[in-house]
Design a binder for this molecule. Sequence first.
Ligand code: C5P
Length: 321
Amino acid sequence: MTAAPLPPQAVTVRAPAKVNLELRVGPRRPDGYHDLATVFQTMSLYDEVSVTRWDEWEVIASGPHAALFPDPMDNLVVRAAKLLAEHFDLEDTPLSFRIDKSIPVAGGMAGGSADAAAALVAVDHLFELGLDRSELDSFAAQLGADVPFALAGGTAMGTGRGDRLAPVLSRGTYHWVLAFSDVGLSTPDVFAELDRLREDRDGPDGAIDVPVPEVSAELMTALRSGDPAAVGASLGNDLQEAAFSLRPELREVHAAGLEFGALGAVVSGSGPTIAFLTADVESAMDLSVSLAASDVCRDVSRAKGPVHGAQIIAGPSAGTA
Ligand code: C5P
């Protein structure tokens, strides 16, 4: 289907993917969630979300990681718009969202959260609501744990469900190579697999207590120093073994990147994307060529981080927002 072109009043916002440099997961809570301690960074891999008034609700995706969104009402961008519409008692105008997806769907890079953050910023601009950052943050937190960070960008520590943010001092720019998988992984499945592996290890009552999650001092020191080799050596993710257990072939991708010279490798979030840290742009280019030419992974991309959170890139008086 070819989508009708959007009118010039459409607002376009781009929002970045994130990678978790470290992700520590506490025990399963009674509500089914897990407390997290994480350090994440946004990177220059973006979804672009365009929104305009329309005659019906629609969500249309295009781009290298386009997904089929059969029911627009289920989509986080529509939920973001409805949240603002209800709160501000806006007229019931349907909206069209066009999402140019470069962030893989169910890839562990918070693509859906990036889209939600972009939708908040875009709808705020479209309806001239004039929300400040803290107002946007509070709507973002209602939409999902990773949405506030997609708004903020940079490098941050997240605690609680990952939604309580504190900035992290990070020097320099980091050059990443990303290995994508053809099929995504379900976040609840990966958390459940982690619980299962822990039970296998510790017994059903968790004989060995899972410690309160904390990020390592080594990673904080490495980020302050801006030394990619030290950061590479400090990457870690408690969900990685669970992702490998569900997708054994990911182990090979992880090992191949390290063999080809990455300074460090980590499954991003709940996977299956694997992020490799390299020393500089040239090393990132070399690694992406080697990985793409190997048997283990064909879909490879490069990105640098940290980058800004969600930003308006086109629309009426975009530069002044
Ligand atoms: O945050 P989101 O709704 O995407 O999480 C999906 C599922 O992942 C949750 O229902 C839960 O099973 C698991 N999860 C978790 N602990 C977290 C975040 C997610 O157990 N901190």
